[in-house]
Ligand binder design. Structure first.
Ligand code: RIB
Ligand code: CA
Length: 313
């Protein structure tokens, strides 16, 4: 079976970095057509730089990295240096990238790739705010029907918000973009905090990363050493939640996850709830299902997969 063609849309971010590494470590299953950077955890100049740093860390300097939107559709940019550090990749000391940034804007790359590849052969994997994806859909509505699936990290329901009491960061930063994507009709699989907060890098799991041969494992361990402090302090968590790698892991091992196909709407007008993913888990709204919203993860299986694949780089 040929590898699945994917575009990773991302705002690195340590957890984005691990998601990208997991994808690049799995060429038999995933063909990364390109990586599109978006403003989110840190501003765009840093997310596009960090995406290239991660590709070079993986030894994959031939990956096409494109810079995309530098701010949300309508709102001012909210960033998360308090979680990821000033660079967005605090933790390991990694060299500045040598590989080039592609000239084409990320939105043009997404549109051209979806138009150029066979219909329903490309999966979009957003790991940050949905600005690039929504802009592409708004500018070229014809590509929506050509998307095989969107598998994104974002939202929360039972776990409630992490940037406000009601909203998860990726959705909160650009709720209008999320509204466009969730209403697009493209097949949608969502990895919310309900799942990612169960993918915790415990000390034992992080030491397994650190003990891996080569440079990737120790670099991931150093990223997690930095990234975990926020969740340990805020939630008393036993480690950093690997949010974005849940997207890549789902592509490789969907059996590790369980959820429901339900209606999920995005709150864009709420005085206190803007950015909330209103997930009709109990199917009381009568609104048509538009997303497979994940709630359970086999965390041991997830970390076994991740550790085994990182060892390949
Ligand atoms: O809320 C977690 C999400 O926001 C993750 O994608 C993290 O990288 C940040 O973008
Ligand atoms: Ca992210």
């Amino acid at each position: 079976m040929p590898p699945r063609k994917i575009i990773i849309d991302t705002d690195p971010g340590q957890d984005d970095a691990v998601a990208i590494l997991l994808a690049l470590a799995s060429p038999e299953e995933l063909e990364v057509l390109g990586i599109t950077a978006v403003a989110g955890n840190v501003p765009l100049p840093l997310t596009q730089k960090n995406a290239r740093i991660v590709c070079e860390l993986a030894g994959k300097a031939d990956v096409k990295v494109h810079a995309g939107c530098d701010r949300p559709l309508k709102r001012r940019l909210v960033t998360a240096e308090h979680v990821h550090g000033a660079s967005g990749l605090n933790g390991p000391a990694l060299p500045d990238p040598v590989m080039p940034l592609q000239q084409a804007h990320a939105v043009d790359f997404i549109i051209d790739t979806l138009r150029g590849e066979p219909s329903e052969s490309v999966t979009l994997c957003p790991l940050g705010p949905l600005t690039n994806i929504a802009t592409a859909f708004a500018r070229a509505p014809d590509i929506v029907g050509r998307v095989a699936e969107i598998v994104l990290m974002g939202g929360a329901y039972f776990e409630v918000g992490n940037i406000t009491p009601a909203a998860e960061f990726n959705i909160y930063v650009d709720p209008e973009a999320a509204e466009i994507v969730f209403a697009s009709g493209a097949p949608l699989t969502v990895m919310p905090l309900d799942v990612t907060h169960r993918a915790l890098v415990t000390r034992e799991r992080n030491e397994a990363f650190r003990a891996l041969p080569g440079t990737v494992g120790p670099a991931v361990a150093a990223m997690t050493d930095f990234f975990e402090r926020f969740d340990r302090e805020k939630y008393g968590a036993e480690g950093a939640p690997l949010h974005d790698p849940c997207v890549t892991a789902y592509l490789l091992r969907p059996d590790l996850f369980r959820g429901r196909h339900i209606n999920v709407e995005i709150e864009t007008q709420g005085r206190l709830t803007t950015g909330m993913t209103v997930a009709d888990w109990w199917r009381v709204s009568g609104r048509a299902p538009n997303a497979t919203f994940m709630r359970e993860i086999d965390a041991e299986g997830f970390f076994d997969l991740l550790t085994e694949r990182l060892a390949r780089l």
